[in-house]
Write a protein that binds this ligand. Structure first.
Ligand SMILES: [Zn+2]
Length: 491
């Protein structure tokens, strides 16, 4: 993925429209009223005229870098790129079409730093997790459907205010997806690692495509890592499921170093799934640039923090994904807790059918998993705070695609969990904008400043007081194109 790539603009964009035509809102209260499904025509007109070029005027700007918000801000953008951020005097809007954001909040578009487009958000896409439903949902069919129609997930992301996503492991077609949507104002950016190198010879593949490349021996790993970088992998990902005491631990320690060597030579960062402290430290020693999950077995120690700081490593806690899998095991789907209107009807129907499935047979196992999940959650929360306080950049990522971690609206629960863990709302915003942009090598995204992509969210509520304010989003701008959130919803 090319850093600094400019989101292109669709033909016919940037038609100059009288600025007064889009003076929609005059304050927080009326803004809420204006955004009902029966919004006045002027609101619709704004969404139809701010295309590639335009201006957001009068909102309070949170730029993604963590500094104090700017009240009465003006953000102008041309051909999908921000060209001025400041006061009305500093940024004349001229002939640009304008959205009046008075009384509202403007932030960078959110970035989900851990997703899998090869998975559905339900058990049919992850028969290896909990509840194998392959008799009803044959896995090759599920994969073929995902490949044919990832657009339903792309729309759900935009609907949730997510304008960029980092796919940290999946089938090779996710590379093509990343290229296809890069300049599409109706989809978030996709950065894709592609198939992952695995310390387990995992069966979850389809006949002609693999998402797991087993690290059998040195030459195999070298060839696989070369294949990844030649194919355009944004990152080389290793699934480092190795136990310290396992007889083959030394073998996989060697294999991750072989992969790291190829990645380093190619200038492609190594990212690692390592949820144990021993594995995580070993991954950092091998040269990992990013950890895609929390350390969840033990509290991180000084050595871990030192290695992470020295390696300029970023850390993705994925606090909530286990809860989704667990709620599936308990046959619960809490539709109220997510913005289910962003979900396509098929995905929502599957999620709803969770409650109708026969209960899991092994109730003791379900209870054990629940207890273990709670215990691990406490470790993850402590580690998140220690990592954050040590100055290691935290990257928000949901692991969406896993069972009941739903593409798009899963971002809200994850951000709220990070805030509940003790990060300030502003820290969570930075972790969901500037930090993932940097971690995934897209410094053209994630911050509202001249020269970066015009990817923005407009909210009714103040996100610096509570990140639940992202549930109040009204408008999403992608590549300078304004989307009314109501129009992105399915119902
Ligand atoms: Zn994942």
């Amino acid at each position: 993925m090319t850093a600094g790539a400019r989101p292109a603009v669709r033909a016919g964009a940037a038609v100059a429209v009288l600025a007064t035509a889009a003076l929609v809102f005059s304050g927080g209260g009326s803004a809420l009223a204006a955004q009902s499904p029966t919004a006045p025509a002027a609101g619709r007109q704004a969404a139809e005229t701010v295309r590639g070029s335009g201006a957001l005027v009068g909102g309070t700007l949170v730029d993604g870098r963590g500094g104090p918000p700017l009240a009465g801000a003006v953000v102008t953008f041309r051909d999908g790129i921000v060209d001025c951020v400041g006061t009305a005097a500093e940024c004349p809007v001229g002939e640009l079409p304008v959205l009046d954001a008075s009384g509202m909040w403007i932030t960078p578009g959110l970035i989900d730093g851990h997703v899998h487009y090869s998975q559905t958000g339900w058990a049919d896409g992850g028969p290896d997790q909990v509840g194998d439903l392959r008799d009803r949902y044959p896995y090759p069919r599920v994969v073929a459907e995902n490949r044919a129609d990832p657009d339903r997930y792309l729309r759900a992301y935009l609907c949730a205010g997510v304008t960029a996503t980092w796919d940290v492991g999946g089938y090779p077609w996710t590379w093509d997806l990343a290229r296809r949507v890069e300049n599409d104002p109706d989809a978030p950016h996709v950065v894709a690692a592609g198939p992952l190198l695995s310390a387990r010879d995992h069966w979850l593949n389809v006949p002609a495509e693999r998402q797991f490349l087993y690290m059998a021996d040195g030459p195999t790993v070298e060839e696989a890592a070369r294949y990844l970088v030649l194919s355009g992998a944004s990152h080389v990902k290793v699934w480092y499921l190795v136990s310290e005491s396992a007889p083959d631990a030394a073998h996989y320690q060697e294999m991750i170093r072989v992969a790291a060597g190829v990645a380093r030579e190619a200038g492609v960062p190594l990212i690692v799934h390592a949820t144990g402290l021993w594995q995580a430290k070993d991954a950092l020693r091998a040269g990992a640039a990013h950890l895609v999950h929390s350390v969840s077995d033990l509290d991180v120690d000084e050595e871990f923090l030192r290695l992470a700081r020295e390696g300029s490593v970023s850390y993705n806690p994925t606090l909530t994904v286990f809860q989704g899998i667990q709620s599936f095991a308990e046959r619960r789907f809490d539709e109220e807790a997510i913005d289910a209107r962003c979900l396509d009807p098929g995905t929502l129907a599957k999620a709803r059918s969770t409650a109708e499935l026969p209960a899991m047979q092994d109730t003791a196992r379900v209870a054990r998993r629940r207890a273990m999940g709670r215990e691990r959650y406490q470790v993850m929360v402590r580690n998140l705070l220690r990592v954050h306080e040590a100055g290691i950049p935290v990257v928000t990522g949901t692991d969406a695609g896993n069972t009941l971690t739903l593409h798009g609206p899963a971002i809200f629960a994850e951000m709220e969990a990070m805030q509940a863990a003790g990060l300030s709302p502003m820290d969570v915003i930075v972790a969901t904008t500037a930090n993932p942009a940097r971690a995934m090598g897209r410094t053209d995204l994630g911050v509202v400043e001249p020269g970066r992509a015009a990817d923005l969210v407009v909210l009714a509520d103040d996100p610096t007081r509570d990140v639940a304010a992202f549930r109040s989003r009204r408008w999403v701008v992608r590549g300078g194109w304004l989307h009314d959130v109501e129009a992105l919803r399915y119902r």
